[in-house]
Design a protein around this ligand. Structure first.
Ligand code: GLN
Length: 236
């Protein structure tokens, strides 16, 4: 079982280090041929416009879209979430290319600029262990996006309850479009749609590997499903 980490820009080393702590070897992905060898893929945080330009340069977009369609697990953190979204707002002029597949709208810089970055404990029921371990996760939000709306197949895994006195974004740093949804008190920051997992924050920048463990579980389950459907085809 091999996990690829898109290594064009951003926190790919940190994802590889987190996987290593779980005993999993992450493979740096920069070329289409490399993508074909892995069972699942992590798209790290970073700067989504730069990442998109590099992906375009390496002609990776068609292969990334194909990867998403095959049903192999893909996890996007922060800029990776933006990459996976079907729709993005709060973009610079002209926007940027997206991989898509995740039926949601993201606001690229919902929580503001670099100086408005923050950390907060967020409640994630999914991460509660059978032994009843803590269900909160320390979310690291850096120029973070948020999910404004989700389609019917998208499961919401976590919200960030925005304190009412918090400045979400300022019109001087982010161009707010007329049609942008107004920020709600409970902002969506983690979602899942079948094989796609996305978090607006950066688990790779913490020592807590529960999100990486969860993604490994998704990868193992997908491999088992693929093996059992192959063997049932052979039997029939
Ligand atoms: N908002 C950033 C972008 O648009 C993403 C920030 C991050 O990945 N930390 O790319």
């Amino acid at each position: 079982m091999t996990v690829g980490v898109l290594a064009l820009q951003g926190s790919f080393n940190e994802h590889i280090a987190a996987l290593r702590r779980l005993g999993v070897q992450g493979i740096e992905i920069r070329k289409v041929e490399q993508l074909l060898t892995v069972s699942s893929l992590i798209i790290p945080g970073g700067e989504s416009t730069t990442m998109a330009k590099l992906a375009e340069y390496h002609n990776l977009f068609p292969a990334l879209r194909e990867f998403v369609k095959t049903g192999k697990p893909v996890w996007g953190t922060c800029a990776g979430l933006i990459f996976l979204a079907d729709r993005a707002v709060g973009q610079k002029e002209g926007g940027q290319e997206l991989v898509g597949g995740l039926d949601c709208t993201v606001h690229r810089n919902f929580f503001g600029s670099q100086i408005q970055s923050f950390e907060a404990d967020i409640s994630v029921p999914l991460l509660t262990s059978k032994e009843g371990g803590a269900e909160t996760f320390r979310g690291v939000f850096i120029r973070a996006p948020a999910v404004l709306d989700v389609g019917p197949d998208v499961e919401v895994l976590a919200h960030y309850p925005v304190p009412s006195n918090k400045v979400l974004y300022s019109s001087s740093t982010v161009q707010i479009q007329e049609e942008d949804a107004l920020p709600e008190t409970n902002v969506i920051v983690a979602v899942k749609q079948r094989n796609l997992l996305a978090t607006a924050f950066h688990p790779e920048l913490t020592a807590d590997t529960r999100w990486h463990s969860y993604f490994m579980k998704m990868t193992t389950e997908m491999e088992e499903e693929a093996t059992s459907s192959t063997s049932s085809t052979i039997v029939s």
